[in-house]
Design a protein. Structure first.
Length: 600
């Protein structure tokens, strides 16, 4: 861990951004100023803020009362972040480019959304359960073989007996909302509307998040473009499963914490400067007030957990991440007992804000189960007096017993499945999941095939495989980001890897049970962010007037090479789109897209 007096370490940043210094790393050295070397503790330096206003150098531009705040802002946020929205044109460009890639994403997700008009893969569970929530308030059981009737708009087979379901209801409530707004059960587009809208909005969010994270509109737009053209993101925006809603809520929470980081650091700079300007010392540093973005993140993470329990890992990782950001902020501001100050003034408060908020939000997602009498195990406490957690109220005791049953199911699920895939291969999409390959179309030959696809035989498929270039390059980028985190302690490396840690690594503990590669949609935004982060490292900062012609030429060639890579990502995305969106195509065209034998 560096001590005061460590030299600053330059970390490459995005195009046009000022290089970050150790003040932006994990941990940051107090007293460092961008572009300068820190002086040993206890010595005066013109670029170092001290507790004595008289020690400040004269500034011909700024009045004497401003240097502390200006320097703290530069130290805590960096020149790139401070300049990001400095002009109306910069702000407008930031939104226009983000909206442009969002429009592309919306087209790819919403175009012919109702194809195929049949319940695809696990839609057979979640869409019918969503409809039951809409009309019963809980998941009720259906009769034998209800899918054909349901697809025809006939819901008469829905009963009143409870159905045993093993996932919380939030994702199904989202599907139900789409059905209510999109035309009802008769429309397969309505079944998928909520997933498509959330998938489209995720592209807007990642473009804006990456712009703030890397202080670059170009890199933000690239992140949005990559997510718009990823196969996992497209497929699961066009099919109503639970995982895309988990991704949506987790990404939204991450965005809130990025905004909270910036807002908290601005407050810390302003309030610390006020203390120093008055001739005081920082001590443990000022309080940062109530942080609404952190509260919003708690709500969103509660909704993520209310979609799938794997949202708990995002709560844990993001909670630790936001406290680490507070710790490095206090250290960079000059707080000496920064560990104790963070634990007392930030960590405890963060826990009390985020965890109870997430818990209460999670319980709120069960509102239909609480408000009705028909849900599974709804009256377990009355039927089993003296059992379970007896100090809880009856409804919560019943819910706890239900959760115990759900946990046993998830932990013991070992049903063989042809598309089951261990987590190690997920990061390179080794064994993607085939969602749809109907024999009545894919088995066509002769004249019927000629009419359907103009060839001797046809295929219609939905294959949940990510854009290969994004995932294969993203796997390598994770290794680079890990190195940059360890070597340079760059906070951005930790940020982009956080979602990968939360969304991927926990599944290694459940490799014994039946799991699938389509779960990767939960962390695909962070694979994209990690890849874009490394592209930003390759480009490096803009070369100033003191840069050599060779430096400028090398940077131009690097940007050109990255431009070619981005174009290839776009081309591959469009090439694979027919097997992401259930096009009827010649069998040879389907086979041409099965690049690995494990994809078939």
């Amino acid at each position: 861990m560096p001590t005061d007096g460590d030299d600053t370490e330059r970390v490459p940043s995005g195009p046009g951004a000022t290089p970050h210094t150790a003040a932006d790393t994990l941990p940051a050295a107090a007293g460092d100023r961008p572009g300068t070397a820190a002086t040993p503790a206890g010595t005066a330096d013109p670029g170092t803020t001290t507790g004595d206003p008289a020690a400040l150098p004269e500034d011909p531009v700024a009045p004497p009362e401003e240097p502390h705040e200006r320097r703290l802002l530069d130290r805590l946020l960096g020149a790139g972040t401070l300049a990001l929205d400095a002009t109306p044109r910069a702000r407008l460009n930031g939104w226009l480019w983000a909206l442009a890639v969002t429009a592309l994403a919306g087209f790819l997700r919403l175009w012919n959304l109702g194809r195929p008009h049949s319940l695809v893969f696990d839609e057979t569970y979640y869409v019918k359960q969503a409809y039951s929530l809409l009309v019963r308030g809980y998941e009720a059981s259906w009769g034998e073989e209800p899918n054909a009737a349901f697809e025809a708009g006939d819901t008469s087979m829905l009963g009143t007996d409870p159905e045993y379901v093993v996932h919380p209801p939030m994702g199904k409530w989202m599907i139900a909302l789409g059905m209510r707004l999109g035309g009802g059960v008769e429309s397969s587009s309505a079944w998928r509307l909520a997933a498509a809208v959330c998938g489209t909005l995720a592209v807007l969010m990642i473009a804006r998040i990456a712009r703030r994270l890397f202080a670059s509109t170009a890199l933000g737009t690239t992140a949005g473009l990559f997510l718009a053209l990823d196969g996992q993101a497209i497929v699961q925006s066009r099919v109503s499963l639970l995982d895309p809603f988990l991704m949506f809520f987790a990404l939204a929470a991450f965005g809130c914490l990025i905004l909270d980081r910036e807002q908290a650091r601005r407050r810390l700079a302003v309030r610390s400067a006020a203390v120093l300007d008055a001739g005081g010392t920082l001590g443990w540093g000022p309080g940062l007030g109530f942080r609404w973005w952190r509260l919003a993140a708690g709500v969103l993470l509660g909704l993520a957990i209310g979609t799938k329990w794997s949202g708990l890992y995002f709560l844990a990782v993001f909670g630790l991440l936001t406290v680490m950001w507070d710790a490095t902020a206090r250290r960079s501001a000059g707080v000496r007992p920064w560990v104790r100050a963070t634990l007392v003034k930030d960590a405890v408060v963060a826990f009390l804000v985020m965890v109870p908020t997430a818990l209460l939000t999670y319980l709120g997602t069960w509102a239909g189960w609480f408000a009705t009498d028909g849900g599974w195990n709804r009256h377990w406490a009355q039927d089993n007096p003296g059992q379970g957690v007896t100090w809880l109220p009856p409804a919560l005791r019943s819910l706890w017993a239900y959760h115990q049953d759900m946990w046993r199911f998830h932990n013991g699920l070992e049903t063989p499945h042809g598309y089951a895939a261990g987590p190690l291969g997920w990061i390179v999409q080794w064994r993607p999941t085939s969602f749809f390959y109907p024999p009545e179309v894919s088995g066509l030959t002769g004249e019927a095939a000629q009419r359907a696809c103009g060839a001797e035989s046809c295929s219609q498929a939905i294959v949940a495989v990510g854009n290969p270039l994004i995932w294969w390059a993203g796997a390598a980028a994770i290794l680079v980001a890990l190195f940059w985190l360890v070597r340079y302690r760059d906070w951005r490396a930790g940020a982009v890897l956080s979602g990968v840690v939360a969304g991927w690594l926990p599944w290694f503990a459940y490799a014994h049970r039946t799991i699938f590669a389509f779960y990767t949609v939960a962390f695909v935004p962070w694979v994209v962010l990690t890849l874009v982060y490394v592209l930003g490292l390759l480009v490096g900062p803009a070369v100033g007037d003191d840069g050599t012609d060779g430096d400028r030429r090398a940077r131009r060639w690097t940007i050109a090479a990255i431009g070619v890579f981005v174009a290839l990502v776009v081309g591959v995305g469009l090439f694979f789109y027919p097997v992401w969106a259930a096009f009827v195509i010649p069998w040879e065209q389907w086979h041409l897209r099965m690049w690995l034998p494990t994809w078939v």
